[in-house]
Design a protein around this ligand. Sequence first.
Ligand code: AVI
Length: 318
Amino acid sequence: MLTSCTTETRQATPSAHDPAELSAGLLAREAWISPKFLYDALGSRLFEAICELPEYYPTRTEAAIFERHGADIARAAGAGVTLIDLGAGNCAKAAALFPLLRPRQYVAVDISTEFVSDALERLRLRHPGMDMQACGLDFSQRFDLPPGVRDERRLFFYPGSSIGNFSPDEAVAFLRRLRGQCGDDGGLLIGIDLDKDKAVLDAAYDDELGVTAAFNRNVLRHANRLAGADFDIRCWRHHGFFNPDEGRVEMHLEAERDQVVRWRGGAREFVRGERIHTENSYKYRPADAIDLLERGGFEAARIWTDPRRWFAVIHAQA
Ligand code: AVI
Protein backbone atom coordinates (compact mmCIF):
# COMPACT_ATOMS: atom_id res chain seq x y z
CA MET A 1 0.00 0.00 0.00
CA LEU A 2 1.00 3.57 -0.62
CA THR A 3 2.44 5.18 2.46
CA SER A 4 3.74 8.63 1.68
CA CYS A 5 4.99 10.35 -1.41
CA THR A 6 6.55 13.55 -2.73
CA THR A 7 8.73 15.85 -0.74
CA GLU A 8 6.07 17.25 1.58
CA THR A 9 5.24 14.16 3.60
CA ARG A 10 7.96 12.30 5.43
CA GLN A 11 6.31 9.87 7.81
CA ALA A 12 6.09 6.13 7.16
CA THR A 13 2.54 4.95 7.83
CA PRO A 14 1.99 1.92 10.05
CA SER A 15 1.07 -0.25 7.04
CA ALA A 16 4.67 -0.47 5.84
CA HIS A 17 5.95 -1.98 9.09
CA ASP A 18 2.87 -3.62 10.53
CA PRO A 19 3.26 -4.88 14.14
CA ALA A 20 0.43 -7.40 13.50
CA GLU A 21 2.50 -9.04 10.74
CA LEU A 22 5.49 -9.15 13.05
CA SER A 23 3.38 -10.74 15.78
CA ALA A 24 1.92 -13.38 13.43
CA GLY A 25 5.41 -14.48 12.35
CA LEU A 26 6.69 -14.68 15.93
CA LEU A 27 3.75 -16.87 16.90
CA ALA A 28 4.15 -19.29 13.96
CA ARG A 29 5.30 -22.83 14.77
CA GLU A 30 8.65 -22.01 13.14
CA ALA A 31 9.09 -18.36 14.06
CA TRP A 32 9.89 -15.91 11.27
CA ILE A 33 10.20 -12.17 10.76
CA SER A 34 9.75 -10.71 7.28
CA PRO A 35 13.05 -9.30 5.91
CA LYS A 36 11.37 -5.94 5.36
CA PHE A 37 11.66 -5.40 9.13
CA LEU A 38 15.46 -5.41 8.70
CA TYR A 39 15.18 -1.92 7.22
CA ASP A 40 14.52 0.64 9.89
CA ALA A 41 16.81 3.71 9.70
CA LEU A 42 19.74 1.91 11.36
CA GLY A 43 19.12 -1.26 9.35
CA SER A 44 19.32 0.73 6.12
CA ARG A 45 22.65 2.17 7.25
CA LEU A 46 23.95 -1.25 8.25
CA PHE A 47 22.98 -2.56 4.82
CA GLU A 48 25.00 0.27 3.26
CA ALA A 49 27.96 -0.89 5.39
CA ILE A 50 27.44 -4.50 4.22
CA CYS A 51 27.77 -3.29 0.64
CA GLU A 52 31.29 -2.04 1.51
CA LEU A 53 32.45 -5.38 2.93
CA PRO A 54 35.09 -7.34 1.01
CA GLU A 55 33.02 -10.54 1.39
CA TYR A 56 29.78 -9.00 0.05
CA TYR A 57 30.47 -9.23 -3.69
CA PRO A 58 26.99 -8.41 -5.18
CA THR A 59 27.14 -4.62 -4.94
CA ARG A 60 30.58 -4.17 -6.43
CA THR A 61 30.08 -6.91 -9.02
CA GLU A 62 26.87 -5.29 -10.21
CA ALA A 63 28.53 -1.85 -10.20
CA ALA A 64 31.36 -3.23 -12.35
CA ILE A 65 28.81 -4.58 -14.85
CA PHE A 66 27.15 -1.15 -15.06
CA GLU A 67 30.55 0.51 -15.41
CA ARG A 68 31.70 -1.82 -18.16
CA HIS A 69 28.43 -2.12 -20.08
CA GLY A 70 26.63 1.09 -19.06
CA ALA A 71 26.46 2.59 -22.54
CA ASP A 72 25.13 -0.64 -23.99
CA ILE A 73 22.60 -1.02 -21.16
CA ALA A 74 21.40 2.57 -21.66
CA ARG A 75 21.03 1.96 -25.40
CA ALA A 76 18.89 -1.09 -24.68
CA ALA A 77 16.75 0.70 -22.08
CA GLY A 78 16.52 3.96 -24.06
CA ALA A 79 17.03 7.55 -22.91
CA GLY A 80 14.33 9.87 -21.52
CA VAL A 81 12.54 7.23 -19.47
CA THR A 82 10.47 7.58 -16.30
CA LEU A 83 12.95 5.89 -13.97
CA ILE A 84 11.22 4.19 -11.03
CA ASP A 85 13.82 3.04 -8.53
CA LEU A 86 12.46 0.26 -6.32
CA GLY A 87 14.24 0.02 -2.96
CA ALA A 88 16.14 3.21 -3.79
CA GLY A 89 17.89 3.50 -0.39
CA ASN A 90 20.54 6.19 -0.80
CA CYS A 91 19.65 6.57 -4.52
CA ALA A 92 23.32 6.13 -5.47
CA LYS A 93 22.86 3.30 -8.01
CA ALA A 94 20.21 5.13 -10.01
CA ALA A 95 22.08 8.44 -9.78
CA ALA A 96 25.12 6.81 -11.37
CA LEU A 97 22.92 6.01 -14.40
CA PHE A 98 21.52 9.54 -14.82
CA PRO A 99 24.21 10.66 -17.31
CA LEU A 100 23.49 7.59 -19.46
CA LEU A 101 19.72 7.30 -19.13
CA ARG A 102 18.90 11.01 -18.84
CA PRO A 103 15.51 10.24 -17.23
CA ARG A 104 12.60 12.63 -17.74
CA GLN A 105 11.51 11.85 -14.22
CA TYR A 106 13.10 9.99 -11.31
CA VAL A 107 10.91 8.31 -8.68
CA ALA A 108 12.73 6.91 -5.63
CA VAL A 109 10.63 4.28 -3.86
CA ASP A 110 11.63 2.75 -0.54
CA ILE A 111 9.97 1.28 2.52
CA SER A 112 12.20 3.48 4.70
CA THR A 113 10.48 6.81 3.98
CA GLU A 114 12.75 9.00 6.04
CA PHE A 115 15.93 7.50 4.63
CA VAL A 116 14.88 7.81 0.98
CA SER A 117 13.48 11.33 1.43
CA ASP A 118 16.75 12.52 2.97
CA ALA A 119 18.72 10.89 0.15
CA LEU A 120 16.50 12.55 -2.46
CA GLU A 121 16.95 15.96 -0.86
CA ARG A 122 20.72 15.58 -1.25
CA LEU A 123 20.35 14.33 -4.83
CA ARG A 124 18.13 17.28 -5.71
CA LEU A 125 21.02 19.64 -4.89
CA ARG A 126 23.19 17.84 -7.46
CA HIS A 127 20.47 17.72 -10.16
CA PRO A 128 18.42 20.89 -9.58
CA GLY A 129 16.53 20.73 -12.90
CA MET A 130 15.38 17.14 -12.68
CA ASP A 131 11.80 16.14 -11.91
CA MET A 132 12.13 13.91 -8.81
CA GLN A 133 9.82 12.34 -6.26
CA ALA A 134 10.41 10.28 -3.12
CA CYS A 135 7.84 7.66 -2.31
CA GLY A 136 7.63 5.68 0.94
CA LEU A 137 5.78 2.48 0.24
CA ASP A 138 5.96 -1.24 0.72
CA PHE A 139 6.22 -2.32 -2.90
CA SER A 140 6.50 -6.00 -1.89
CA GLN A 141 2.70 -5.81 -1.50
CA ARG A 142 0.13 -4.67 -4.04
CA PHE A 143 0.87 -0.97 -4.56
CA ASP A 144 -0.24 2.05 -6.55
CA LEU A 145 2.15 4.66 -7.81
CA PRO A 146 0.98 8.19 -7.02
CA PRO A 147 -0.73 10.23 -9.76
CA GLY A 148 2.33 12.46 -10.23
CA VAL A 149 4.35 9.59 -11.71
CA ARG A 150 4.50 9.86 -15.52
CA ASP A 151 2.99 6.90 -17.29
CA GLU A 152 5.09 7.08 -20.44
CA ARG A 153 8.08 4.79 -20.93
CA ARG A 154 8.26 3.60 -17.37
CA LEU A 155 11.50 1.81 -16.61
CA PHE A 156 11.41 -0.04 -13.30
CA PHE A 157 14.92 -0.23 -11.85
CA TYR A 158 15.36 -3.08 -9.40
CA PRO A 159 19.08 -3.60 -8.81
CA GLY A 160 21.01 -5.33 -6.04
CA SER A 161 19.35 -8.73 -6.45
CA SER A 162 16.52 -7.76 -4.11
CA ILE A 163 14.28 -10.03 -6.20
CA GLY A 164 16.18 -12.85 -4.47
CA ASN A 165 14.54 -11.92 -1.18
CA PHE A 166 11.20 -13.17 -2.56
CA SER A 167 10.47 -16.87 -3.03
CA PRO A 168 10.31 -17.70 -6.77
CA ASP A 169 6.48 -17.72 -6.69
CA GLU A 170 6.37 -14.41 -4.84
CA ALA A 171 8.89 -13.04 -7.35
CA VAL A 172 6.63 -13.99 -10.27
CA ALA A 173 3.62 -12.36 -8.59
CA PHE A 174 5.69 -9.23 -7.92
CA LEU A 175 6.94 -9.09 -11.53
CA ARG A 176 3.36 -9.43 -12.79
CA ARG A 177 2.37 -6.44 -10.65
CA LEU A 178 5.23 -4.42 -12.18
CA ARG A 179 4.25 -5.57 -15.64
CA GLY A 180 0.73 -4.34 -14.97
CA GLN A 181 2.06 -0.90 -14.08
CA CYS A 182 4.61 -0.34 -16.81
CA GLY A 183 2.41 -0.15 -19.92
CA ASP A 184 3.34 -1.62 -23.27
CA ASP A 185 6.20 0.84 -23.83
CA GLY A 186 7.85 0.14 -20.47
CA GLY A 187 10.47 -2.22 -19.15
CA LEU A 188 12.53 -3.46 -16.28
CA LEU A 189 16.24 -3.18 -15.54
CA ILE A 190 17.04 -5.74 -12.88
CA GLY A 191 20.08 -7.12 -11.04
CA ILE A 192 19.98 -10.83 -10.19
CA ASP A 193 22.55 -12.73 -8.14
CA LEU A 194 23.67 -15.99 -9.73
CA ASP A 195 24.40 -19.29 -8.01
CA LYS A 196 28.03 -19.98 -7.11
CA ASP A 197 30.33 -21.74 -4.61
CA LYS A 198 28.89 -22.24 -1.16
CA ALA A 199 32.06 -20.89 0.49
CA VAL A 200 31.71 -17.54 -1.33
CA LEU A 201 28.04 -17.28 -0.34
CA ASP A 202 28.61 -18.31 3.30
CA ALA A 203 31.29 -15.63 3.71
CA ALA A 204 29.13 -12.96 2.04
CA TYR A 205 26.32 -13.50 4.57
CA ASP A 206 28.45 -14.12 7.67
CA ASP A 207 31.31 -11.66 7.39
CA GLU A 208 34.37 -11.54 9.62
CA LEU A 209 33.60 -8.14 11.05
CA GLY A 210 30.08 -9.08 12.12
CA VAL A 211 28.30 -6.33 10.18
CA THR A 212 25.77 -8.79 8.70
CA ALA A 213 25.27 -10.20 12.21
CA ALA A 214 24.50 -6.67 13.49
CA PHE A 215 22.15 -6.09 10.52
CA ASN A 216 20.28 -9.30 11.33
CA ARG A 217 20.17 -8.76 15.11
CA ASN A 218 18.97 -5.18 14.60
CA VAL A 219 15.64 -6.66 13.46
CA LEU A 220 15.02 -7.50 17.14
CA ARG A 221 15.77 -3.92 18.15
CA HIS A 222 13.25 -2.83 15.53
CA ALA A 223 10.71 -5.33 16.93
CA ASN A 224 11.28 -3.98 20.44
CA ARG A 225 10.53 -0.47 19.24
CA LEU A 226 7.70 -1.30 16.87
CA ALA A 227 5.77 -3.86 18.91
CA GLY A 228 6.98 -3.07 22.44
CA ALA A 229 8.83 -6.41 22.50
CA ASP A 230 11.44 -7.21 25.12
CA PHE A 231 14.01 -9.19 23.11
CA ASP A 232 17.35 -9.27 24.91
CA ILE A 233 19.44 -8.81 21.77
CA ARG A 234 22.65 -10.01 23.42
CA CYS A 235 21.35 -13.57 23.62
CA TRP A 236 20.55 -14.01 19.93
CA ARG A 237 23.17 -15.32 17.52
CA HIS A 238 23.34 -14.66 13.77
CA HIS A 239 23.45 -17.47 11.20
CA GLY A 240 23.86 -16.80 7.49
CA PHE A 241 24.58 -19.72 5.13
CA PHE A 242 23.82 -21.13 1.69
CA ASN A 243 21.27 -23.94 1.64
CA PRO A 244 22.04 -25.77 -1.64
CA ASP A 245 18.85 -27.88 -1.49
CA GLU A 246 16.73 -24.73 -1.62
CA GLY A 247 19.09 -22.71 -3.83
CA ARG A 248 19.10 -19.85 -1.34
CA VAL A 249 21.06 -18.16 1.41
CA GLU A 250 19.15 -18.17 4.70
CA MET A 251 19.51 -15.85 7.66
CA HIS A 252 18.34 -16.93 11.11
CA LEU A 253 18.67 -15.73 14.69
CA GLU A 254 19.29 -18.43 17.28
CA ALA A 255 18.35 -18.17 20.96
CA GLU A 256 21.45 -18.70 23.08
CA ARG A 257 19.39 -19.52 26.19
CA ASP A 258 15.82 -20.38 27.15
CA GLN A 259 13.72 -17.24 27.43
CA VAL A 260 10.23 -15.76 27.26
CA VAL A 261 9.72 -12.80 24.92
CA ARG A 262 6.67 -10.57 25.32
CA TRP A 263 5.28 -7.94 22.96
CA ARG A 264 2.02 -6.05 22.47
CA GLY A 265 -0.33 -8.75 21.26
CA GLY A 266 1.66 -11.83 22.20
CA ALA A 267 4.33 -13.73 24.09
CA ARG A 268 6.41 -16.79 23.30
CA GLU A 269 8.84 -19.08 25.00
CA PHE A 270 12.00 -19.75 23.00
CA VAL A 271 14.21 -22.64 24.05
CA ARG A 272 17.99 -22.53 23.63
CA GLY A 273 18.91 -23.31 20.02
CA GLU A 274 15.49 -22.31 18.62
CA ARG A 275 15.69 -20.05 15.59
CA ILE A 276 13.80 -17.16 14.04
CA HIS A 277 14.04 -17.20 10.22
CA THR A 278 14.63 -13.63 9.05
CA GLU A 279 15.61 -13.74 5.36
CA ASN A 280 16.02 -15.85 2.23
CA SER A 281 18.20 -14.73 -0.64
CA TYR A 282 17.65 -16.91 -3.73
CA LYS A 283 20.51 -17.39 -6.20
CA TYR A 284 19.58 -18.19 -9.80
CA ARG A 285 21.18 -19.80 -12.83
CA PRO A 286 20.97 -17.41 -15.81
CA ALA A 287 18.39 -19.58 -17.62
CA ASP A 288 16.23 -19.73 -14.47
CA ALA A 289 16.45 -15.94 -14.07
CA ILE A 290 15.19 -15.46 -17.62
CA ASP A 291 12.45 -18.01 -17.04
CA LEU A 292 11.39 -16.12 -13.90
CA LEU A 293 11.11 -12.85 -15.85
CA GLU A 294 9.10 -14.53 -18.58
CA ARG A 295 6.73 -16.07 -16.05
CA GLY A 296 6.34 -12.53 -14.70
CA GLY A 297 5.15 -11.32 -18.11
CA PHE A 298 8.40 -9.73 -19.33
CA GLU A 299 10.53 -10.57 -22.30
CA ALA A 300 14.17 -10.77 -21.22
CA ALA A 301 15.86 -8.92 -24.03
CA ARG A 302 19.51 -8.59 -22.94
CA ILE A 303 21.70 -10.02 -20.19
CA TRP A 304 25.10 -8.74 -19.04
CA THR A 305 27.33 -10.58 -16.56
CA ASP A 306 30.79 -10.22 -15.02
CA PRO A 307 33.72 -12.42 -16.10
CA ARG A 308 33.15 -14.87 -13.17
CA ARG A 309 29.41 -14.99 -13.99
CA TRP A 310 28.57 -14.21 -10.37
CA PHE A 311 25.90 -11.61 -11.11
CA ALA A 312 23.59 -10.64 -13.97
CA VAL A 313 22.02 -7.36 -15.09
CA ILE A 314 19.02 -7.98 -17.31
CA HIS A 315 16.94 -5.60 -19.39
CA ALA A 316 13.46 -6.98 -19.90
CA GLN A 317 10.76 -5.48 -22.07
CA ALA A 318 7.07 -5.37 -21.40
C1 AVI B 1 18.82 -6.52 -0.12
N1 AVI B 1 19.22 -7.90 -0.40
C2 AVI B 1 19.38 -8.12 -1.82
C3 AVI B 1 20.38 -8.35 0.37
C4 AVI B 1 20.74 -9.81 -0.03
O1 AVI B 1 21.90 -10.02 -0.38
O2 AVI B 1 19.85 -10.65 -0.03
C5 AVI B 1 20.12 -8.27 1.86
C6 AVI B 1 21.23 -8.83 2.68
N2 AVI B 1 21.10 -9.68 3.65
C7 AVI B 1 22.26 -9.94 4.17
N3 AVI B 1 23.19 -9.29 3.53
C8 AVI B 1 22.56 -8.57 2.58
